[in-house]
Design a protein around this ligand. Structure first.
Ligand code: ADP
Ligand code: MG
Ligand code: MG
Length: 249
């Protein structure tokens, strides 16, 4: 699904990613952990196509195709989804209408005709039931006055509706409350399949109490310095990151 080869990136002449290699197969959940400032969010942004970063070396392949020259929208249309990418408030545009437009734009970009209204309604009903989202929520203006948990719920709903091939969830350092964590985890667990892949980026281990990753990678100072199974997350929770630094010397 995703192959990253020797990715180097910088911002304002500051090197941030220093040779990232990562392979994520369909059906897998990968967690990327690491101390603050390691480059986790930068990696997520670059995969999604954020143009503020200068990629000096390396490749990003989605299903074998190099997407590193594509615009963010083009990557999205190919099935890359990054949470927190569009936390915009749009007064007067409901959650549902926003999703309808996004889905039809994506279909158009892929040469597929608009989704028939009855099919769209069915999809909305199915996904909102799956994620326990009530009708009132669907008719609210996008992100307007949303609580942290509601923003999360909306994002996961967007993810469910778009059915991305590659979902990247950046928990950020903003401290989600336990309800928001459960919403995210529940959504991911219900939506993962053999046809998609999920990359969860998290500073803390607690999200991984709910989403069980197949692989855990430690990103430090712009490099993946250690990879392992889910037990690595517990080890990090217990021992922090310093022991890895010590191992590297
Ligand atoms: P993490 O998500 O692992 O906490 P980030 O990817 O946000 O780390 O940041 C990695 C490093 O790159 C940090 O030192 C951060 O200050 C720097 N950085 C990231 N984005 C920018 C930017 N747009 N301008 C300047 N520095 C940046
Ligand atoms: Mg940070
Ligand atoms: Mg971050």
């Amino acid at each position: 699904m995703l192959q990253i080869k020797n990715l180097h990136a910088s911002v304002e002449d500051k090197d941030i990613l220093k040779g990232i290699n990562l392979t994520v197969n369909a059906g897998e959940v990968h967690a990327i952990m690491g101390p603050n400032g390691a480059g986790k969010s930068t990696l997520a942004s670059i995969i999604a196509g954020n143009e503020n970063y200068e990629v000096s070396e390396g490749e990003i392949l989605l299903e074998g195709e190099d997407i590193s020259e594509l615009a963010p929208e083009e990557r999205a249309h190919k099935g890359v989804f990054l949470s927190f990418q569009y936390p915009v408030e749009i007064p007067g545009v409901s959650v549902t209408n926003f999703m309808k437009t996004a889905i039809n734009e994506s279909r158009k970009a892929n040469g597929i005709e608009e989704m028939p209204a009855n099919e769209m309604l069915k999809l909305i009903r199915e996904k909102s039931e799956l994620l326990e989202i009530d009708r009132k929520f669907l008719s609210r203006s996008l992100n307007e006055g949303f609580s942290g948990g509601e923003k999360k719920r909306n994002e996961i709903f967007q993810m469910a509706m778009m059915q991305p091939k590659l979902a990247i969830l950046d928990e950020t350092d903003s401290g989600l409350d336990i309800d928001a964590l459960r919403i995210v985890a529940n959504g991911v667990n219900k939506l993962k399949s053999q046809d998609n892949a999920v990359v969860v980026i998290t500073h803390y281990q607690r999200l991984l109490d709910y989403i069980i990753p197949d692989f855990v990678h430690v990103l430090m100072d712009g490099k993946i310095v250690k990879s392992g199974g889910k037990e690595l997350a517990y080890e990090l929770e217990e021992k922090g990151y310093d022991w890895i630094k010590a191992e590297m010397v």
